[in-house]
Design a protein around this ligand. Structure first.
Ligand SMILES: [Zn+2]
Length: 344
């Protein structure tokens, strides 16, 4: 009997609490249930009139109800307080300054790679990728680099252990040119691609050397490609990156994978041809190496060199970035000093 009453009172209280929306109504309801003359007090008042054996159980049930009701009212009060804060617009000061967050920016090397690739992309080149772990064939043999060439030496190339069950020597690519071999082996001409990426050489680190740096490789293969196409593409690139006022010159050079080969200079962007410490008073700055693809390279990848010709070039991204921004130490690019990086 007592338990049934208790349950009914609790349910009734829960029901009535739902519609309560202000402090006064909540207090009135608390008095109705828990006040001195409230429903709980009335319930308790019948105890003395009960048979002795029922009194203890009834009293216990009434006490449980008292605690439950107290908890219900407390909870409702808490809900009303937090709800009031949520709904109260005045509690938010919209004139307060926001929390400033550091906005990152692209690394200067990434920016220069993007800029170089964009220039060639506008000329119709596609941007390609190649793996940093290469085979000895792709890095040297396929590029017509003879077996006794010093660049194959372990002092100039990082060699890796061959895969289990394979005799093929693996290495960290020492230039981006092996990507040429991969692309030509997997595609038919015509091709016009640039390949940016990291390269590795066991150099001691100093102001102008790093064991890891970046290159952008370029390759064009088609019928009737000549040195004039190479010159046109590189002049477009140099003027886009260094400014329209610069002049460019080709110097004869030797690379195993191109014939003829050239080194490409631009007029010094620091002194504009007057002579300064950056250009060593020579008035010219070397920016890249290039040439016409050697027929032996075409033979290695299965292209007919009597039908197709092509040009290739490769440039060091750090060198381009150092010239462009007037940076005199390559180590700055890899020290991750935010005071340096935030300037770009
Ligand atoms: Zn100069």
């Amino acid at each position: 009997m007592g338990n049934t009453n208790c349950e009914e009172i609790k349910q009734q209280a829960e029901q009535e609490l739902i519609s309560v929306s202000d402090k006064q109504a909540l207090e009135a309801l608390r008095v109705k249930y828990l006040g001195r003359k409230g429903l709980l007090a009335q319930l308790m008042s019948v105890i003395p009139s009960l048979p002795v054996e029922e009194r203890a159980a009834f009293g216990q049930a009434a006490n449980v109800l008292k605690n439950e009701l107290a908890e219900l009212f407390d909870q409702k009060q808490k809900d009303m307080v937090s709800g009031a804060h949520k709904g109260n617009q005045a509690a938010v000061d919209i004139s307060m300054p926001g929390i400033a967050c550091d906005i990152g920016n692209l690394h200067p090397i990434t920016q220069v790679i993007d800029e170089i690739c964009n220039v060639f992309s506008r000329m119709g080149f596609s941007i390609e990728d190649g793996p940093e772990i290469e085979t000895e064939f792709n890095n040297f043999t396929g590029l017509n680099i003879p077996l006794d060439h010093p660049s194959r030496d372990a002092f100039d190339t990082f060699y890796l252990k061959p895969n289990a069950g394979s005799n093929e020597k693996l290495l960290l690519r020492s230039h981006t040119s092996p990507a040429q071999v991969r692309l030509m082996k997997s595609r038919k001409p015509a091709l016009s691609v640039v390949v940016p990426g990291r390269v590795y050489r066991p150099d001691a680190v100093d102001a102008s050397h790093s064991f890891m740096f970046h290159q952008v490789e370029g390759l064009v293969v088609d019928k009737h490609i000549t040195l004039a196409h190479l010159k046109g593409a590189l002049e477009e690139f140099a003027k886009a990156v260094f400014g329209k006022h610069i002049t460019m010159r080709f110097r004869p050079h030797f690379f195993p994978f191109t014939e003829p080969s050239v080194e490409v200079d631009i007029s010094c962007i620091i002194c504009q041809g007057k002579g300064c410490s950056v250009c060593g008073k020579k008035k010219w700055l070397e920016i890249l190496g290039a040439g016409m693809v050697h027929p032996n390279v075409f033979k290695h990848v299965g292209y007919n060199h009597k039908i197709y010709s092509g040009f290739a070039f490769g440039m060091g991204v750090e060198r381009i970035a150092m010239l462009k921004y007037g940076i005199d130490d390559i180590r700055l690019f890899f020290e991750n000093d935010l005071r340096f990086l935030k300037q770009f």
